[in-house]
Design a protein around this ligand. Structure first.
Ligand code: HEC
Length: 175
């Protein structure tokens, strides 16, 4: 009986150790994840948000570039991969390259967007590839937000304007 109690005690101790290390591990992972996001968000604000807004624009006519949720929606629609991991990798690689070497040929935005905003000026001088990697990961994981519904936004707006978040269509949305 005594032996059993000891065994059970040892087993419990062992299990709780496992539990503690498990919780600590996931807490650390969560922290790292949110840290990455905070850094990505801060870098995006500093380097990109002067042109790309990240919330519903008050006045579409004042925009300098498509809002970021519209950009990400178009990229996720246009860039493929054999699975989600590859799609993510390809999209992130595209963003890192495009920001440094933009061109109309590479663009996934609609032709109206390029016409309206013109090709993005290269940000090579303003952002390092390492910073871009953090920004691109942040963008992929956070935009468009789950609630974004392109069709609804379109219906909620006057015909000639594309919709509050999109803007990637340059104000003449056809999809
Ligand atoms: C000076 C204004 C400006 C800044 C700053 C800027 N962008 Fe842009 N960006 C644009 C414009 C305009 C477009 C739309 C035309 C185009 O797609 O080239 C665009 C388009 C894009 C696209 C769409 C690519 C495609 O398929 O056409 C991505 C991705 C993007 N920007 C990412 C970024 C990131 C990340 C940053 C910050 C490091 C950034 N931009 C900073 C103006 C800007």
């Amino acid at each position: 009986m005594k032996r059993n109690t000891i065994t059970i005690g040892a087993l419990l101790a062992f299990l709780s150790m496992g539990l503690v290390s498990f919780t600590t591990k996931s807490a650390i992972e969560n922290n790292v994840k949110s840290l990455g996001n905070t850094e990505g968000e801060a870098l995006f604000k500093a380097k990109c948000s002067s042109c790309h807004v990240s919330s519903k624009p008050e006045d579409m006519s004042k925009l300098l570039a498509p809002p970021i949720m519209g950009v990400m929606m178009h990229l996720k629609k246009g860039i493929e991969g054999k699975d989600e991991a590859e799609k993510r990798k390809n999209t992130i690689a595209f963003i890192i390259d495009y920001v440094q070497n933009p061109s109309a040929e590479k663009s996934f935005m609609e032709p109206h967007a390029i016409e309206r905003f013109e090709v993005m000026p290269s940000q090579k001088e303003n952002v390092t590839p390492e910073e871009l990697d953090i920004i691109a990961n942040y963008l992929y994981d956070n935009f468009p937000s789950k609630g974004m519904n392109h069709k609804k936004m379109k219906e909620g707006n006057k015909k000639e304007s594309c919709g509050d978040g999109c803007g990637g269509c340059g104000g003449k949305c056809e999809h």
